[in-house]
Write a new protein. Structure first.
Length: 251
C-alpha cells in the first residue's frame, strides 16, 4: 500500500508550489474559482460528463445486482454486520473509479488529454485506494456519531487524499495528513465551496436528480481546480485553459 519512492516520506519543500500554499500564500478567491470552474466545465463537459456517467452507471448496477439477488425486503432487514460488509465491498469497488474521475478532471484542468475510459486506470492501486477510503469513511462516521461537526470537518479535510495518492504516489497516511493540513490553511474557503455544493445537490433532488448531470461535473472540476492550484502538478508544469486559470499566490 506504500510506494517505493523515497521522496514520499519527505515533507513538502517550503519553497515549492505546495510549500507556499501550506504557508498561506495562495489567494483563495471563491468567485474566481467558480468562474474558472464553469469555464472549464463548458470546455471539457463531454469528457467529464461521460466519466461521471460511468461512475453513476456502476453504482446503479451494483444496486440493481444487490436488489435482484437479495431482494428489497432482505436488504431492508440486513444486520449491522451484513451492512458493514456491503459497505466495505462497495468502497473497494468504487474507490479506484472515484480516483480515476479525479484524475480525469485534474487532466482537464491542466489542459492535458483526458478520456472517459481513464476512469478505470487505477484498479492496480485498488487495495490502497480502498483502504484509504475505508479509513476516511470510518473517521467520518465516528465524527458524525459524536457531534456531527467533526464528521463534516473530516469529510472536507480528507478531500485530496485519493488524488494525492494517484497523482503524487503518496502513502495513505502521508496523503491524508497533507490533505488535512492544506484544507486547514484555507478552511473558510473550503466551507464556502462545500456549502455551495450542498445547496446545489439539495436543489438537484427537487429535479428528481436530473440536475445532477450538471452539478456532479461542476463539483469534481471545482475540486480539481483547487487541487491543482494548491498542489500543482508533479512536474510543476501548469497548462492554462483560460488566461486567468493560474493559481494566485500572494507575494
Amino acid at each position: 500500500m506504500s510506494a517505493s519512492n523515497p521522496q514520499n516520506n519527505q515533507q513538502p519543500d517550503p519553497d515549492d508550489h505546495t510549500g507556499r500554499a501550506l504557508r498561506g500564500q495562495y489567494e483563495f478567491d471563491f468567485t474566481n474559482l467558480i468562474k474558472r470552474s464553469a469555464a472549464t466545465c463548458k470546455a471539457r463537459f463531454p469528457t467529464v460528463f461521460r466519466a461521471c456517467l460511468i461512475l453513476v452507471a456502476v453504482i446503479a448496477s451494483l444496486v440493481f445486482i444487490l436488489l435482484n439477488f437479495v431482494g428489497i425486503e432482505a436488504v431492508q432487514n440486513l444486520t449491522p454486520l451484513q451492512q458493514s460488509v456491503l459497505d466495505v465491498v462497495g468502497i473497494f469497488i468504487l474507490s479506484p473509479l472515484i480516483a480515476g474521475l479525479w484524475m480525469i478532471c485534474i487532466r482537464c484542468v491542466r489542459g492535458q488529454t483526458a478520456q472517459p475510459s481513464q476512469i478505470v486506470s487505477f484498479y492496480s492501486l485498488g487495495l490502497a485506494l480502498g483502504l484509504a477510503q475505508l479509513v476516511i469513511s470510518t473517521l467520518v462516521q465516528v465524527g458524525l456519531a459524536l457531534f456531527i461537526l467533526p464528521g463534516i470537518y473530516l469529510f472536507i479535510a480528507s478531500s485530496f487524499t485519493l488524488p494525492l495518492m494517484v497523482d503524487r504516489k503518496m502513502r495513505i497516511a502521508d496523503a491524508l495528513i497533507l490533505s488535512c493540513k492544506m484544507v486547514n490553511q484555507y478552511l473558510t474557503g473550503f466551507l464556502a465551496v462545500y456549502g455551495l455544493f450542498t445547496v446545489l445537490f439539495f436543489l438537484s433532488l427537487l429535479t428528481f436528480g436530473i440536475a445532477l448531470v450538471l452539478v456532479m461535473p461542476f463539483y469534481y472540476v471545482t475540486l480539481a481546480l483547487l487541487y491543482n492550484d494548491l498542489f500543482g502538478s508533479p512536474t510543476n508544469e501548469h497548462v492554462d485553459i483560460n488566461n486567468d486559470n493560474e493559481a494566485r499566490f500572494n507575494a
